[in-house]
Design a protein around this ligand. Structure first.
Ligand SMILES: NC(=O)c1ccc[n+]([C@@H]2O[C@H](COP(=O)([O-])OP(=O)(O)OC[C@H]3O[C@@H](n4cnc5c(N)ncnc54)[C@H](O)[C@@H]3O)[C@@H](O)[C@H]2O)c1
Length: 311
């Protein structure tokens, strides 16, 4: 049983990680700006979880919590390929993603943390504040590992999907919402709108079901593996285009989607993202379990449920 802080734990990936760790009998301290329904429900079900409504920039309160634990999963961040250009203030993005993370690294170093994990994003040349800050975070974490001897690892994630992921118009009182492909395609189809495809739809990424991410984080904490400056990728070396995703959703759902093509949005250009599954195998002896169609079949009912609630 380990005492673990999860920053940003009310978010999409956070709720899945928190649930997985609680089921494995760890004690969780969840920090976020808002308390999601998922976290409220987990609190009703289990007693080894505490939620703190806290901004990670409240360094005094953050330190009192860090003092009492010895593992930390740092998910708190401001995301958004376009939204970090069009909607959020770049200074806030830099402050949360870079300064907030640096403070967390300093405090976990001060209290001799046994393991710190930070998710980052694939290496791309996109010019948007989210990607730029996450690239900086990865380098700063490597510096803390190499020079300050903190057992911190970065885990590169592709495009993560699954139940609980928010979409741009989602009304959950979350402080930040942004466009994500799978929720947007499903919700637009449910309200009988065309789905929007940026560019020619041939840009490729890795699409990973969220349970594979939670399982990777669990193994990482339980084994306390020190990866040095090596970055673990949660990927299988197989990518899909946006048009492949439409086909896979249509197959998993048995429903046709109407497409409209528009020009590429700000913050990205056409590229192919592919991840390397070898470090995951080497350090954690893990290969991803969920293929695309099985993951989508687990995901679609969540959105049908959300849609029915709005009727
Ligand atoms: N979802 C993906 O596809 C993906 C891919 C690569 C990396 N990641 C990384 O995984 C992490 C979690 O992503 P997610 O998809 O769950 O996003 P999310 O937006 O659902 O979760 C992030 C959480 O951080 C919280 N937060 C933001 N600023 C905060 C602050 N100052 N203090 C406290 N909490 C704050 C938000 O309220 C939110 O609940 C992020 O670090 C993200 O960069 C996600």
């Amino acid at each position: 049983m380990k005492n673990i802080i999860v920053t940003g734990g009310s978010g999409f990936i956070g709720s899945h990680i928190v649930e997985k760790f609680i089921q494995n009998k760890h004690n969780l301290t969840v920090i976020d700006l808002w308390e999601s329904e998922e976290i409220k429900n987990l609190k009703k079900k289990y007693n080894n979880i505490n939620f703190f409504s806290l901004n990670i920039h409240d360094y005094e309160k953050l330190e009192t919590l860090i003092k009492k634990n010895n593992y930390l999963i740092h998910l708190a961040a401001i995301l958004g390929t376009s939204e970090t250009i069009t909607t959020y203030d770049i200074e806030d993005v830099v402050k949360t993603n870079i300064l907030g993370t640096t403070k967390i690294l300093k405090l976990t170093k001060k209290y001799n943390y046994k393991k710190v994990i930070i998710p980052t994003t694939p290496d791309v040349t996109w010019l948007n504040p989210y990607k730029i800050t996450k690239q900086a975070v990865e380098r700063i974490a490597q510096l803390f590992n190499k020079e300050y001897k903190l057992n911190v690892s970065c885990i590169k994630l592709g495009n993560i999907y699954g139940p609980g992921e928010r979409w741009l118009q989602a009304d959950f009182n979350a402080p930040f919402n942004y466009q994500k492909i799978i929720p947007s395609f499903i919700m637009d189809t449910l309200v009988k709108k065309e789905i929007t495809i940026y560019g020619d739809g041939k840009q490729k990424s890795e699409y990973i079901y969220v349970d594979d991410v939670a399982e990777t984080f669990l193994r990482m904490v339980e084994k306390e593996v020190d990866t040095g400056i090596e970055v673990i990728h949660v990927g299988r070396g197989k990518n899909y285009s946006v048009l492949d995703i439409v086909n896979a959703l249509e197959e998993a759902w048995g429903k046709k989607m109407n497409k409209k093509f528009v020009k590429m949005r700000p913050g990205e250009h056409k590229i192919e993202i592919k991840l390397d599954p070898r470090p995951l195998k080497k350090f954690l002896n893990y290969e991803l379990k969920w293929d695309l169609v099985s993951g989508l079949k687990k995901t679609i009912p969540y959105y049908l449920d959300q849609f029915n609630k709005t009727k």
